[in-house]
Design a protein around this ligand. Structure first.
Ligand SMILES: [Zn+2]
Length: 52
């Protein structure tokens, strides 16, 4: 499936994910957690903030 990165807006392909899985953007390296489908049927992701 296609994911649009919330941080850098680049689009990349990932294997199918389950709710709660995390994927890493190959462009900026940020981690996104899959939240499931929204009411409109769109895939929803949320940025995982890393503590530094
Ligand atoms: Zn990115």
């Amino acid at each position: 499936m296609k994911v649009t990165c919330l941080e850098c807006q680049n689009e990349f392909d990932i294997e199918t994910v389950s709710v709660g899985d995390t994927v890493e953007c190959p462009f900026c390296g940020i981690e996104l957690e899959y939240k499931g489908k929204s009411n409109e049927g769109k895939e929803e992701f949320e940025v995982i903030e890393e503590e530094k």
